[in-house]
Ligand binder design. Sequence first.
Ligand SMILES: NC(=O)c1ccc[n+]([C@@H]2O[C@H](COP(=O)([O-])OP(=O)(O)OC[C@H]3O[C@@H](n4cnc5c(N)ncnc54)[C@H](O)[C@@H]3O)[C@@H](O)[C@H]2O)c1
Ligand SMILES: [Fe+2]
Length: 389
Amino acid sequence: MANMFLMPGMVFIGEDALESSREELKKLGRKALIVTDRMMGELDNVRRLTDLLDRIGIRYGIYDGINTEPTDSMVEEGLRIYREEGCDFLIGLGGGSPLDAMKAIGVLVTNPGDIMDFCGKPVIQELPPTVCIPTTAGTGSETTKSSVITNQKTSVKMLVSDPKLMATMAIVDPLFTITVPKDVTVATGIDALTHAIEAYTSKKACQLSDTQSISSVRRIFANIRTACINGSDKKARSQMAIASFEAGIAFNNSSVTLVHGMSRPIGAMFHVPHGASNAMLLVRSLDFIRPEAAARLHDLAVAIGAAKPGDGIQEGAAAFVEETRRLLSSIGVKGIHEFNIDQDAFYRAMDKMAEDALASGSPGNSRREVRKEDIIDIYKGLWQDALAS
Ligand SMILES: NC(=O)c1ccc[n+]([C@@H]2O[C@H](COP(=O)([O-])OP(=O)(O)OC[C@H]3O[C@@H](n4cnc5c(N)ncnc54)[C@H](O)[C@@H]3O)[C@@H](O)[C@H]2O)c1
Ligand SMILES: [Fe+2]
C-alpha cells in the first residue's frame, strides 16, 4: 500500500540555521507576526530573530502571550494582533506551545470560525506562510501537521490536524536549546523518544517512518544523558535537535498511540508538562503493548545495542523496556506525586480522562487493543510507582 509522506516545505537544520535561512525567509512576506512566550524575550532569542528580520527588511509584530498550555483564547488574541498589525505571514519561536499556537492562528487567518471547530475536521483554505523555530528538542511541532490547543471551557487538550498545518519553513538551530533547563530537557527529550517509539509501534507505521523512528531512538539513547547533565554540550544538543526532528517526521507520518492518548488528559486537567506526563506513562504503556508489539520492541532493542538480531523476540522486547526504564531513572524523570496533584482528585477524574484518551483516537493505533479498564489500570499504576519510589 502506498503512503502519503509529509515534510515541512523547506528545512534549515544545524548551527546558524537562522542566519542561513535569510534569503528564503525574505521571500515569505512583508510583515511577520512572531508568536512566542515571554521567556524567549528574556533569553534574547526574540532579538536574535528581529535583528535578522531588520537586516533583511521584513517588518514584524510580536505576540508573546503564549504559556505552556496554549488555549483557544490565546489563539483568538493572536489572530486579533495579526490583523491589527497587518501581517502577511507567521513565525513561531519557542517550544511546542508557541509553535502550536502559531499554526492555530494561521488556520483562523484564512478559515473563519473558532479554532475548536477544526478539531477532527479538515482545514479548507491554505494558511499564510508559516515558519517554525523550535527552541526545545522535543515536540517536533516544526515537522507536524498538528496543533494541540486546550479548550478552556472543557479543560480538554484538542488536536487540530491537517496537512495544511505543515510549516512552510522549519529552522532548527540547536544553539537555541543550550539554555533549556534540566527538567525541561528531560521532559522534552522523553517526549521525542515517546514519539519515535510510538511511531514505530503504531499500526500506522510505514517504512519511511520506521527509518526515522529507529534513527531517532538510537540518537536519543546515545545523547540524552549528556544533554541533561551538561546542557552546554553542543554535540549532545545538536544530536537531540536532529532526533526530535526525526521523531516528529516519524509520528507525523505514522501516529502516536497509548502514551500520548493518556498523557493529554493529565496535562489538561492537572497541568503536568506534556513531556513529563509522557515520561511517567512510558514504561507501563510499553509493558502493556509488549505482548502484541514484541517484534517491534525487539527491533528497537537491536537498534540501541540491548539485543542482537538473532536473540529471542520476547527477550529483546523485555530488554528494550528495561533499558528505557533505566534511562528514565538515570535522567531523573519525576513521578506523579512530584507535581502537586491531589490523589483523590486524580482518582475522581480518571473515568473522564480514560474516556477523553480513547476519544482522541491515539490509543486505538496501538498494536494491542486498549480498553477503558486498561487505561484506568495504567493511571492507577502511576500512584503505585510513586509509592515504590
Ligand atoms: N504539534 C505537535 O505535533 C506536538 C507534539 C507534541 C507536543 N505538542 C505540544 O507542545 C507543547 C509542549 O511543548 P514543549 O515541551 O516544547 O514546551 P513549551 O513550549 O511549553 O516550553 C516549556 C518551557 O520551556 C521554556 N523554554 C522553551 N525553550 C527554551 C529555551 N531554549 N531555553 C530556556 N527555556 C526554554 C518555555 O518558556 C516554557 O517555560 C504541549 O502543549 C504539547 O501538547 C505538540
Ligand atoms: Fe508529544
